[in-house]
Design a protein around this ligand. Structure first.
Ligand code: UD1
Length: 353
């Protein structure tokens, strides 16, 4: 079977690394990179480190408004699909590349598999929430990471093609954890002491596009009594510069370029806590056993909240500070994210196509 995998943004490279390795055992995979993320440290470095095969197509779409970016991906993916005539298209997560890929395929009557289906934040102001809902309703195979995700789909009336396979990011982490310990020197390069620093990431429009929220976040990071390593996403850098914050960051904030996967997981694994508005990082924090302070009002990964290893704080300065300073959670973690999702996906696809 010829399968086309569509990726475009950083977290999708991580997810597809785990699944592509499996599906190439049974099928021919054609890899399409939409070009949504194009800076070398947002894209190439992931392909190299995670040993993802070179994309067969790079559509070079780049940045733009949501309509423009989604529309251009739709048009260019369609051309590839018409030429290649795949038996299945696989899309990942919730980006504009996900939705456009799924829509182009369904319009051509090509079955779609959605990896990381069923997640909901119930916040329709998030572009990702719209991408998730629409992609799920277009897809033929809905590969869910959790039971919560399954229930979300059922509540929307979806009944066919739903599978609880677990989380492919657990497979990626497991595969690369030892490699990161062995090969990444990031802790030494940044002269950090394990468990004596925080790591922070911010890239959601609800934070970056709001000057008050960004100002609060920077202030509160500055009030942490340890170094805060801050790998800065290009969107975040642009807004920090626009708000005049970039040049006068507090001294304990250590700004670095976006990090590759191995550096990121080594840095996260030895941090005291992780402060983030990313979805994937909340989960990786849980898998690595590091407490997470989520700089959002909601999360798709509600399971991580139950035992206190993840807390939602929005951009409220006092809440953030209290959570940063709180002792480690008293309750042990649950085995929320067992590995093996990629193998299950391969088996289901091989039986079901
Ligand atoms: C996208 C996804 C988000 C995902 C995130 C991972 C959507 C709607 N959002 O958000 O779900 O969590 O990727 O990082 O698809 N830019 C560069 N170089 C790059 C990429 C982006 O400079 O390589 C800049 C551009 O100015 C662009 C901005 O960053 O306008 C945002 O990029 P974009 O792809 O639109 O969305 P993300 O914020 O990365």
């Amino acid at each position: 079977m010829k399968i086309i995998t569509i990726v475009g943004a950083r977290p999708q490279f991580v997810k597809c690394a785990a699944v592509s390795r499996e599906i190439r055992k049974d099928h021919t995979e054609i890899l399409v990179h939409t070009g949504q993320h194009y800076d070398p440290e947002m894209s190439e470095v992931f392909f190299e480190e995670l040993q993802i095969p070179k994309p067969d197509y790079n559509l070079g779409v780049g940045s733009g408004s949501h309509g423009k970016q989604t529309g251009e991906i739709l048009e260019r993916v369609e051309e590839v699909l018409v030429k290649e005539k795949p038996g299945l298209v696989i899309v990942y997560g919730d980006t504009n590349s996900t939705l456009a890929g799924a829509l182009a395929a369904t319009k051509l009557h090509t079955p779609v598999a959605h990896v990381e289906a069923g997640l909901r934040s119930f916040d329709r102001t998030m572009p990702e929430e719209l991408n998730r809902i629409l992609t799920d309703h277009l897809s033929d195979f809905l590969f869910c990471p959790t039971e919560t995700a399954i229930n979300n789909l059922r509540n929307e009336g979806l009944i066919r093609g739903i599978y609880c396979v677990g989380d492919v990011m657990a497979d990626a982490l497991e595969f690369n954890k030892d490699l990161a310990e062995k090969n990444s020197r990031i802790i030494e390069i940044l002269r950090l002491e394990p468990r004596n620093y925080f790591i922070a990431t911010v890239h959601r429009p609800s934070n970056t596009d709001n000057c008050d929220a960004m100002t609060t976040l920077i202030q509160v990071f500055g009030r942490a009594d340890m170094p805060v390593v801050f790998p800065v996403h290009p969107r975040t850098k642009k807004f920090l510069e626009e708000y005049g914050l970039f040049k006068r960051l507090p001294a304990n904030i250590l700004v670095v370029e976006p990090l590759g996967y191995l550096d990121m997981i080594r840095l996260m694994g030895s941090a005291k806590k992780i402060l983030t508005d990313s979805g994937g990082i909340q989960k990786e924090a849980y898998m690595l056993g590091v407490p997470c302070v989520t700089l959002r009002e909601n999360t798709e990964w509600v399971e991580t909240l139950h035992d206190g290893w993840n807390v939602l704080v929005g951009s409220d300065e006092e809440k953030i500070l209290t959570s940063i300073r709180a002792p480690l959670p008293a309750l042990p973690q649950q085995p929320l994210y067992p590995r093996g999702a990629a193998i299950k996906i391969r088996k289901i696809l091989s039986a079901g196509i």
